[in-house]
Each structure stands twice: as structure tokens, then as C-alpha cells.
Design a protein around this ligand. Sequence first.
Ligand SMILES: *Cc1c(COP(=O)(O)O)cnc(C)c1O
Length: 360
Amino acid sequence: MARAHNFNAGPAILPVDVVKETAEAVIDFNGTGMGLMEVSHRSKEFDAVMLEAQKDLLTIMNLSPDEYDVLFLGGGASMQFLMVPYNFMHTQADYILTGVWAKKAYKEGKFFGKANVAATSEDTNFNYLPKSFNFAPDADFVHITTNNTIYGTEWKSLPDTGNVPLVADMSSDFLGMNFDYSKCSLIYAGAQKNVGPSGVTVVVIKKSWLEEKGKKDIPTMMNYKTHTDNGSMFNTPPCLPVFAVGRTFKWIMRNGGVAAIQANNEKKAKVIYDVIDAYPDFYKGAVKNAEDRSLMNITWNLNTPELESKFISEAKALNMIGLKGHRSVGGVRASVYNACPIESAQALAKFMEEFYKNNK
Ligand SMILES: *Cc1c(COP(=O)(O)O)cnc(C)c1O
């Protein structure tokens, strides 16, 4: 299969195996004589897909099924911006504002109570991660965005929030950074950055938090309990995306788990950051402090927008796709998610060297 060097920010590259296995299942699912899109979600074959994906994810995250539930929901990560406070904000919650996505979550929080800004880096358009927090001791939860897709910053560990439950939007570094996931009471991730196609959002939720603090008097579909009580099959789940996500979990397990994925991500990112650091007057890393740099989304500028356009179009001619920075910040962005092979990072680094020599 001829594959592009795919640096798309999302939907994004998936492991070749996952693409192939999903393509096969679309045509004939488990020898049933029916395609994956044509079978009942209540069939025993699909039920097994759902149960296995849930079980594998908890294994990968080193979480106990006695303590956590896994849900596969529709509505994107954006729906979680509102479902989290709908279920859990009784009076106030703390938000760590490190980018556009974090701000969108905060905006939804304000519909349900007092949303506090525990820390922000908006003063310099989110080009660093704040180092201290102003947490309210009796907040209902703290919300963090672990990787800031647009700006290229990523937390390397989760903050200590004491007794206050931590909620993490891990959409763009899901299973790419070996966090201590047990620090979180709720984790959500739109699948399309790191683990599957668009159309499904993974939610990992601590059972005791939901039992003790989840609001009871909210509409059915918005209530996490509806979904945990029904094994994420209260209504028809996004069957095809769930299948693909399940195959990605298998791929992660075959490749040594999150620690091995992270080590590989570190290698890939280094290949590109090394070129940025070698020519700092030419490639201007967008993130202020090296320790805040993302392993997933690598962002930089060139000296003029014209030079950036030239860079992006010459790269495209070499089959390197998706390098244009987000429309809100411009510049260049290479998204090197879990499934992006090191060969693609190396090809990009080589091109960056050549482009420097020809345009310095
Ligand atoms: C892409 C992204 C989202 C939005 O995801 P949707 O599934 O499109 O709603 C939210 N948070 C982060 C960190 C993202 O990268």
C-alpha cells in the first residue's frame, strides 16, 4: 500500500494494519457474510468487539475494571466539554487554560456554575504551559487539556489536585504519553487524532465518582450513568469507529504498550526538533520553553508567510501532507501522532535540511 507522509492534525494517520483490518471487516465481518456496517450492534459478534475494546483499553491504561468504566460516545470531544459539567458541576470547577480547546471546555463550564481560571497562558497566545495553579479547594473538579493541538505544548505529567477530581481532555495525545491515568476521575478523547476515525469519543470514567457525585436529574442521553449502566450500548453506538479503535488498541498492545509508544514518539519528535534547534534563525520553534514542547504536534514559523507557503508546497510535492499550521496561528505544524512512522519524521527532517540550504 503506497502511503503518504501524513502529518494531518486530525482526522489523522492510523496504523496500516488497522486500516486494512477495518477495510476487510467492512466487506465481511468475522465470516458472517455481512459487512461490519450491516450487522446489529446487539449481535454477539459486535458485542464481543465492544467488550474487548473496553477491556483492552483498561489493560493498556493500567486501570482496574472494578474502578473504571469505558464508554464510546458520539458528539466528539466537544460534547464532553458540556457533558462533564452537566454531570459533575454542582457549584464550581477549575479550568487550566492552555489553548483554544481548553477555552471551549471552560466556556461550556460557565453554563453550569462558576468556572474558575486556575491558570492560563493566554497572555502570550498559549506558547508555554503555566507553572503554578490557583486551585479552589472545594472545586467539583479540575479540567486540564494534556496536549494543545494548535500551539504544540504538552504536559509531561498530570498536576496534583489533592482530593479534587481531575478531568483530562486527552484528545490529541491519547495513549501517546505514559501518564499515571489513575490520577484522573475522567478522561476523554476524540478518537480521530490518535486511535481511530472520527465519530467516536472515548470516555474513561471512575465509577465511584459517578456514583457519589454524578447528578441524577439530568436528561437521559447526557447522563453518563445511562451509558455506564448499559455497557455503552444504551442506543446504537458508532459501530465502525468502535471496531477501528479496538484494532488500534490491539496494535498498541502488540507494540509494547503506552511506554513503548511514548519512547517511539520521543524519538520521532527529536528528529524534527533537532533541525529546528540547529537553525533557530530560520526555523522558529513556536513554543517558548523546550520542556513544554509537544511530542504530537510540532509547531514552528519561518521568517515570512511567503517562505512558509513555499515550504509547505515543496513538502507537498514530496508527498508530505498536512503541514499547514492551524488557521488561527499560521506557520507550520507537523502532527506526528502515535501511528506516524519514524520514516516520515526522518523524511521531513531531511527536507528541512535541504530547504534551509536552498533558502537561507
Ligand atoms: C480536536 C480536539 C478537540 C475537538 O474534538 P472533536 O471530536 O472535533 O469535538 C478537543 N480537544 C482537543 C485537545 C482536540 O485536539
